[in-house]
Design a protein around this ligand. Structure first.
Ligand SMILES: CC(C)(COP(=O)(O)OP(=O)(O)OC[C@H]1O[C@@H](n2cnc3c(N)ncnc32)[C@H](O)[C@@H]1OP(=O)(O)O)[C@@H](O)C(=O)NCCC(=O)NCCS
Length: 163
């Protein structure tokens, strides 16, 4: 039995709702656990107050943040800026449920096309996006820097949203 499955047996599932700048520190903490080049609390503060940014969080039974998704909308297009789940909450459907909660909020703003970039080597994220209907529309060579500073390519993915 994995650590995550034991954890799930005893823990109430998270609630999914919009988040604001009051969650900046928690977003930065999850980002730090998730990416080689994490965004700071101040980066999140700026994003979470921006009118064009749509942000949703997964909130656990203790009111703590266990995952978040942020998108930037412009006219009828949007881009996922980041999605991350705290390591102890992974593989329990949190990211998939965050996406499911997020898409209707984008649609309600008139977004018809959603884009994202994902590192080619990020198998969990690629599987997540594929299973949620995103398809590949391009590749950007040497778009990212890995932890060891070597370059990594990005796949550009797109999802058309129901009106
Ligand atoms: C990618 C990430 C957000 C997935 O979050 P999660 O809550 O664990 O994902 P879910 O449990 O909702 O998984 C949904 C689907 O995604 C895929 N998936 C998720 N994690 C996976 C993994 N480690 N390996 C393979 N597939 C995976 C599976 O298809 C899964 O469906 P299944 O559980 O029915 O097989 C999480 O691993 C994470 O925070 N990673 C670090 C940050 C990151 O890379 N973000 C994406 C940047 S583009």
């Amino acid at each position: 039995m994995t650590r995550q499955s034991v954890f799930r047996m005893f823990v109430k599932p998270p609630a999914y709702r919009p988040i604001g700048a009051e969650r900046s520190l928690e977003c930065a903490a999850i980002h730090t656990e998730s990416f080689a080049y994490p965004w700071t609390e101040s980066d999140f503060e700026q994003l979470l107050v921006a009118a064009e940014v749509v942000a949703d969080g997964a909130i656990d039974a203790d009111e703590g943040l266990c995952g978040m998704i942020l998108s930037r909308a412009a006219a009828d297009e949007a881009e996922i800026l980041t999605i991350a789940v705290a390591p102890e909450h992974r593989r329990s459907g949190v990211a998939a449920t965050l996406i499911a909660a997020h898409l209707p909020r984008l649609s309600a703003r008139g977004v018809a096309r959603l884009f994202l970039e994902v590192e080619t080597g990020n198998a969990p994220a690629r599987a997540l996006y594929a299973s949620n209907g995103f398809h590949e529309v391009g590749e950007r060579k040497a778009y990212y820097r890995k932890e060891d500073a070597s370059p990594a390519s990005a796949l550009l993915m797109r999802l058309d949203l129901a009106p």
